[in-house]
Structures are given as C-alpha cells and as structure tokens.
Design a protein around this ligand. Structure first.
Ligand SMILES: [Zn+2]
Length: 164
C-alpha cells in the first residue's frame, strides 16, 4: 500500500477573504471565497476565476490564471503570489493514478479555527466540499485513526488520513 505524507501549517489566511469595494453595495465589503471556480473562454485564452461573495451575496470573480490555447500556463504575477502563500493543493486524482492508497496530512502548526471539511475543500483538487463531507461521514477521512465530523476543528500535532 502506497502512502503519501504532507505537512501543513495552517494560518488565518486559510479563510480566503478579500476586502474590496463592492459596486452593488457602494462601499468596502468583505468578500469570501465560495470555493467555486469557473472557466471562461475568450478567443485564444481561457480565464480561470474564483467566485467570491460579499456579505450581501453579491458576486465578484477573481481572476486566477489565464491559459493560452490549451498549452502553456500563463500566471498572473500579482494574483498568484497571494495564492501561493497558502499550502500547495493536493492533486488527489493524479496521486490515485500513481497508486497512492492513503494520504496522511500532519498538522505541524495550526493558528486559528479551521473546520476539516472547509480546509480539505480548499486544498484538495477535484473534490468538492460535499464529496469531502460524505467521505468524513463514511469514515474514509479520519483524524488520528478516528472517525470525525465535517465540523471537527483541526489542531496542532494531529494527523489527517484520507483513504482513497
Ligand atoms: Zn455587495
């Protein structure tokens, strides 16, 4: 059985919020990442957006990246640095293809309050938050070999195990 271990340091940044002017509200509002992304094709380029919502539910599409004609990946300097200050995403599908059966995540440090389902939804590519909640409830995502709840908070020194 092939195992893979990641080490995470969670900080407050994890809760992806951006303070910016909301055109609809007419003032500065706090926008929160909905964890929904969408792609828009425009001529030769494909734009990737993260959908943010203000406190009154107005949407703002944050541009994350531009893909040119399906080949090279052109990153947007400024936007990208903000994203990369967070831990790298876990490419779960490609790990599965490599024969990985269990992914362990060791929490080296945890600052602030973090629900496991939210953090995993942010960090795992290809899995939605509802898929993650289902896996937690089925017990294929555990903390320290114990079945947990989607609302379980993460803390320093614990180990998350994901049985694929
Ligand atoms: Zn608004």
């Amino acid at each position: 059985m092939l195992n893979m271990t990641f080490h995470w340091k969670l900080s407050q940044i994890q809760e992806r919020t951006v303070k910016k002017h909301c055109k609809m509200c007419g003032n500065i509002s706090v926008f929160t990442d909905t964890n929904v992304q969408r792609h828009n094709a425009n001529g030769k380029s494909i734009y990737k957006y993260a959908i943010y919502k203000c406190e009154k539910n107005h949407t703002w599409n944050k541009k994350l990246a531009i893909y040119k004609s399906f080949s090279e990946h052109v990153t947007e300097g400024e936007e990208q640095t903000e994203e990369s200050s967070i831990m790298p995403a876990i490419p779960i599908t490609s790990l599965t293809e490599q024969g990985v059966k269990v992914v362990h995540i060791v929490l080296d440090d945890v600052i602030g309050k973090h629900r496991i389902d939210k953090v995993l939804a942010n960090q795992i590519e290809d899995w939605t938050r509802s898929q993650i909640m289902e896996k937690i409830e089925k017990g294929t995502i555990q903390i320290n070999e114990q079945v947990i709840k989607p609302s379980t908070r993460l803390s320093k020194g614990k180990r998350i195990s994901i049985f694929i």
